[in-house]
Design a protein around this ligand. Structure first.
Ligand SMILES: CC(C)(COP(=O)(O)OP(=O)(O)OC[C@H]1O[C@@H](n2cnc3c(N)ncnc32)[C@H](O)[C@@H]1OP(=O)(O)O)[C@@H](O)C(=O)NCCC(=O)NCCS
Length: 185
């Protein structure tokens, strides 16, 4: 696996509806790859469908128990993926969702983006703990969690959508006390 080049500049910024057309191009390139982890976005075929998907994500923020922040990931000026953090207000836990276009995998982009959003989440919300969940076969996502100092806390079985079959996920956690330690540097 190639290591990131030293000059690689990864950034994140809040997602906007204006991103729908560039995001659709990225979804089209990655449709089969996204199907397993992100069936809803993988199923979008047009800008209006993608806008509806994004609006649904924002509208779930009217649910008082959760709050979902979505960001675009960029490498230099190019959009290369998405990252979201879903805050469960009652428990003060939040879980990550992220993907990076297949053509840029293995360059350290996900790891850098997750690190940025870890710091953002602990600084801008009162959450105590961040969670990454990944299927046992998803070695890349498990490496992202382990490399950032997340610790394994157990397996859960859950569905990605109400129609999809139950899947076993490995769960990893990072506590607020780890912010600023080697884990998130
Ligand atoms: C998971 C995903 C976001 C990783 O993105 P990425 O930018 O390629 O990840 P990074 O380059 O930051 O790599 C992080 C670690 O994973 C490892 N890795 C990357 N791709 C890998 C692969 N195909 N197999 C095994 N390990 C892999 C890297 O080597 C690195 O570990 P290391 O530093 O110990 O060598 C990307 O594969 C993806 O979008 N997958 C589909 C969606 C998904 O599964 N999202 C996560 C849901 S939990």
């Amino acid at each position: 696996m190639n290591k990131p080049e030293p000059q690689l500049r990864v950034g994140v910024r809040p997602l906007s509806l204006h991103d729908a057309s560039s995001l659709l191009a990225l979804v089209q390139e990655n449709r089969s790859y996204l199907l397993e982890s992100f069936p809803e976005i993988a199923g979008t075929n047009s800008v209006p469908e993608l806008e509806e998907y994004l609006l649904k994500r924002w509208l779930q923020n009217t649910d008082p128990t959760i709050f979902c922040h979505s960001f675009m990931i960029s490498e230099e000026a190019t959009i290369v993926g998405m990252i979201g953090v879903v805050i469960q207000r009652a428990t003060k836990w939040a879980n990550f969702e992220y993907w990076v276009t297949k053509s840029r995998n293995g360059r350290g982009i996900a790891q850098r983006a997750v690190r940025i959003v870890c710091e953002w989440s602990f600084t801008n919300s009162d959450i105590d703990c961040l969670i990454i969940r990944a299927t046992p076969a998803n070695r890349a996502s498990i490496s992202v969690a382990e490399n950032l100092g997340f610790s394994f806390i157990g397996n859960i079985t859950s569905q990605l959508t109400s129609e999809s079959p139950p899947i076993v996920f490995r769960c990893f956690q990072l506590g607020r006390e780890s912010l600023g330690t080697d884990a998130t540097k």
